[in-house]
Write a protein that binds this ligand. Structure first.
Ligand code: FMN
Length: 181
């Protein structure tokens, strides 16, 4: 099984820190049964989506879209910017066709400066994923910026919330594979 971790910030390091915990948990819980690929948007030059079929792009844009299209499951880590997801993350999703996440399990981890935004990903990201026909993991993990110091998650409880989303995403993908089977 192939899982892609999409880290949706090009600003700081908090978002990718949560995704590194996802990677660790998947390694601990599933070993070599699950192949994990991290897409850190800070390291990738993704072109603006202009409505083309994603196969017509080149370089990092093609790489990112192909990895998502071929994944069995995707974990999206997003910061909250202006009460929503960053434009760079939405742009990546816009590269895929309208049903580009059909039957893929998708889990969400959101991080923000203020706890007032704990429902932002529920209201802003879930509808986008639903439009793309994803099978969305119900439980999102919300992380406040103060739970991470530099690139370190301070509390085990924070890690547990992230780990739970990681496992629920893989388990949902396994269920979907069995059902199609
Ligand atoms: C442009 C911008 C807009 C932001 N808007 C919000 C916001 O609306 N609500 C909030 O709680 N935090 C907001 N923040 C804080 C970020 O969500 C928070 O610092 C997050 O952890 C950054 O993740 P990163 O280090 O991976 O970039 C904003 C930060 C930036 C840079």
């Amino acid at each position: 099984m192939k899982v892609v971790g999409l880290s949706g910030s090009v600003a700081g390091s908090q978002t990718v820190t949560t995704m590194r915990e996802v990677e660790k948990e998947i390694g601990r819980s599933y070993g070599t049964d699950v192949q994990f690929e991290l897409l850190d948007l800070r390291d990738l030059k993704v072109e603006p989506s202009d409505g083309r079929n994603f196969h017509e792009y080149e370089g990092d844009t093609l790489k990112v879209a192909t990895a998502l299209a071929e994944a069995d499951a995707v974990v999206i880590a997003t910061p909250i910017f202006q009460g929503s997801i960053p434009g760079v993350l939405k742009n990546v999703l816009d590269l895929l066709p309208e049903d580009g996440l059909r039957n893929k399990a998708v889990g969400i981890i959101a991080n923000a400066g203020s706890p007032r935004f704990f429902l932002a990903a529920e209201y802003q990201l879930k509808p986008v994923l639903a439009a793309m026909k994803a099978k969305i993991v119900t439980n999102c993990a919300f992380i406040e910026a103060q739970e991470i110091y530099r690139t370190e998650i301070i509390e085990d409880e924070t890690k547990h919330r992230i780990d739970q989303v990681a496992r629920e995403t893989v388990d949902l993908a396994r269920y979907l594979q069995l059902k199609e089977g």
